[in-house]
Unconditional design. Sequence first.
Length: 277
Amino acid sequence: MSLDKVMPQLRIVTLNVHFFTDINEQSNVHQLVRLLKPMSIDILALQEVLHTNRDAHVAPERHYHLKLLSDLLELPYIAFCETVFEFGNALLSKFPLKHSTNYYADVDKNLYKRGMLAVQIEHEFFRENNATFYVTHLDQIYEQARLQQIQLFEKFIDQNDSLQLVMGDMNSLTFSDYSNDYFHSYIDDIRQKNNWERPYELVTQQMKVNGYTDCWREMNSEAIDDQVVTCIYRTRIDYIWKRGELKNQWKINECRIFSSANATDHNGVLICFLNDR
């Protein structure tokens, strides 16, 4: 009697959880669980996370939601990169953390410090690819600040590792995601009307210059306009970047944007690595 072969895989999601509030400013942790639980996630990269180690009921309730989310999703291993008081980036993992380090970019005294969480995990994907996983969230206002932040973070990324995965809310555009009409209607015109900074793609272009591949775009080459949206402003600003070649028959089996169903003001990005040896 033959048994169905179980192929090793690793399922990763990145999602901005908006201070653990939905678009109506209500707690979203149970909405997130309903959304994410069916996806059988192994690693969850989070931005705009509130988190505290203070005793229960000392801090506001949402500051305990990371631990609650960890428990409800059965992702027991937690890493947190605090950028301002009890706020920052986080990672939840099904597997033990081998190593975790926080890096910071403080590029302007008038802007919030930004952080990057670097993690290695006890899983065959990380061992066989000598991989390190990075989670970040860049400035939401100025592209030049974002560019300085990612340039500084790049100095911390260990290129001796065979594979580097950088993901999170980059707050930066890729112009080729949009038709001319869409770009002018939903990006350029809206920014002018609101006196926001004009659109740039300096960060995403710098990532490509640094040798990274945009995983979602690689797997979804024809998607455009509304098909690319990851935030309420109808743009794609959340990314999964890969540098280095996958080894030992690992490959990207899937990379897709999924709706958060208003549980937060961002959509998520899921990537699945599969080994079919």
